[in-house]
Design a protein around this ligand. Structure first.
Ligand code: D61
Ligand code: MG
Length: 512
């Protein structure tokens, strides 16, 4: 079925086959297995082959070797297309529940096939091994990229994820009364230092992390102080932010940014501080909280936009009223067929708002020097952009689930391993979006403007271009054409606005 969906995309079919045969591990870029391998056994070396296809952009991979390769998250369970960033916010729990056993069974298969079970697993304690199992059970999107991180950063990020997933499980659990939930969220960071604290009353799919929180908190307390401080601080701030929003709705666009800051921007900020603390990233990466915040906002806004239907069906509202209030009396009304045009206008407004973060994402990624951190950061971002592009002007957002093709997700995962490749991918999706901008969309001018900014920012500085003999590479031409197209559309929209009319089909780009 996936293969059928990928027809017309030959590269995707090949990548999909690789993925089907070998799981995430077969397609996840992995440069540093060699440096990190703790033995020379043929099983682990067989993985390195595909690494050789990837141009290393970093020379700073260190690799401690400690506790390498606990688990594999293989199988389709780890794909971000329908996973946590890529995948679900709360309403997608049902989908994740369906995928969880698959992820686990392929975890066993992949871990024995592609990870050196004989020695690496022995290097890790039972507690940490359990934590990686929870990571694979609760995250289809992030498990593979977290497990690929270098050195002791991997354990720290794994624990960071599980602590915040536990906190989020409390936030999402509608069966906990507010008077109990608010203090729990506010105090959650203190539970990290209470060895026995656990919560056994949750109804949520991921309740296991709360039930067995002592295992997670014990591993947390074993982390270096530089990691513990970051995790505890972010957990504290996120818990307070979640409590603040329990009783209020997301009203203004500013409040949308604030809510997303609490639940995802803070993750970006904490991760960046962990990267710097590990010395695998420059101190500047950890200090620049604005850029780190944007990394999270782009992922979370994409989720919120995509999950409109599931959220509203469950009585949850994350689309900001300032946006939908322009087009409907109630958020749920956007799903009515007669409201389709308004619904699409609102959708496109929010997609345009989310695209604002892409320039920051590019600036952030440029600063990364470690390959495993680069992959960890870049893959979710390009998946989000692909999802956003699939959502743009798409009626399915209001009537079903918008997913990117599995082959497309696998291809992105394999490709997003260098800044140049990421720039190419972003340019391609900007072009795809540009093709879809309708002449009558109220946010058209803004959309074209931000697409222009992104095109400019993702046009690579080719060394050849800096020399005297200018060589026009396909990449450069493509970016230049995109810039020209955006400028043309933008000018048309501005003129049309000035004339109080919209441009006619004749003045538009082909295909509009
Ligand atoms: C680089 C790489 C990964 C990044 C990043 C930068 C910046 C931010 C993020 C990941 C976080 C993105 C969150 C997007 C997914 N949204 C959710 O899971 C919602 O919950 C947010 C609060 C808990 C966050 C837990 C988390 C997620 C990803 C991580 C992480 C912690 C730690 C390390 C690495 C990645 C959503 O969750 C419910 C659900 O999915 O069912 C919600 O309730 O809105
Ligand atoms: Mg939540």
């Amino acid at each position: 079925m996936d293969i059928l969906k990928s027809l017309g995309h030959p590269e995707e079919i090949i990548n999909l086959l690789r993925f089907k045969m070998g799981g995430c591990r077969a397609v996840m870029p992995k440069l540093d297995y060699v440096s990190r391998a703790c033995c020379k056994c043929p099983v682990s070396l067989s993985l390195f082959k595909r690494s050789l296809l990837i141009t290393p952009r970093s020379t700073t991979t260190t690799g401690s070797g400690a506790g390498s390769g606990a688990t594999g998250s293989g199988g389709s369970g780890c794909l971000m297309a329908g996973g946590r960033f890529g995948g679900g916010r709360r309403p997608l729990r049902a989908a994740r529940a369906a995928a969880a056993p698959r992820a686990l069974s392929s975890y066993r298969r992949v871990s024995s096939a592609s990870v050196c079970a004989s020695c690496c697993q022995g290097a890790m304690g039972d507690g940490m091994r359990t934590c990686y199992r929870y990571l694979n059970q609760t995250s289809r999107s992030f498990a593979a990229v977290i497990e690929s991180l270098d050195g002791d950063l991997r354990h720290a990020v794994c624990i960071f994820y599980l602590v915040l997933r536990s906190l989020d499980t409390v936030e999402d659990d509608m069966s906990i009364p507010l008077e109990k939930k608010v203090p729990m969220l506010n105090d959650f960071h203190t539970y990290l230092y209470q060895p026995d604290w656990c919560f056994t009353e949750s109804q949520e799919k991921d309740r296991r992390v709360l039930e067995d929180f002592p295992t997670i908190s014990l591993e947390f307390r074993k982390l270096g102080q530089q990691y513990r401080e970051v995790i505890s601080d972010i957990c504290h701030r996120m818990g307070m932010g979640m409590a603040e929003f329990l009783e209020k709705k997301v009203g203004t666009m500013k409040e949308w940014d604030l809510y997303c800051h609490y639940v995802a921007g803070l993750v970006g900020i904490g991760l960046s501080q962990l990267f710097s603390a590990s010395q695998l990233a420059d101190p500047e990466v950890g200090r620049d909280t604005e850029l780190a915040n944007s990394m999270g906002l782009f992922l979370q806004k994409t989720n919120i936009i995509r999950d409109y239907l599931e959220d509203t069906q469950q009585g949850r509202a994350f689309w900001p009223q300032e946006a939908w209030g322009q087009f409907a009396d109630r958020l749920e009304d956007l799903a009515k067929p007669e409201k389709l045009e308004s619904a699409l206008s609102c959708l496109n407004l929010l997609v345009t708002d989310a695209l604002r973060h892409v320039p920051d994402v590019l600036t952030y990624l440029v600063r990364l020097r470690n390959q495993s951190i680069f992959n960890f950061c870049a893959i979710p971002q390009v998946m989000a952009l692909a999802t956003l592009s699939a959502c743009y002007n798409n009626p399915k957002v209001f009537g079903g689930v918008v997913k990117i093709r599995k082959g497309q997700a696998v291809t992105l995962m394999m490709d997003a391993t260098s800044m140049e490749a990421v720039q190419t991918i972003i340019t391609q999706y900007s072009q795809e979006l540009l093709q879809k901008v309708s002449t009558t969309d109220p946010s058209r001018a803004k959309t074209l403007h931000i697409l222009g900014v992104i095109a400019e920012k993702s046009a690579p500085l080719q060394p050849a271009l800096q020399s005297k003999s200018v060589h026009l590479s396909p990449m450069y031409l493509s970016a230049a054409m995109l810039l020209a197209a955006v400028s043309w559309q933008y000018l048309s929209a501005t003129v049309a606005q000035a004339q109080g009319t919209t441009t006619t089909g004749g003045g538009d780009m082909p295909g509009h």
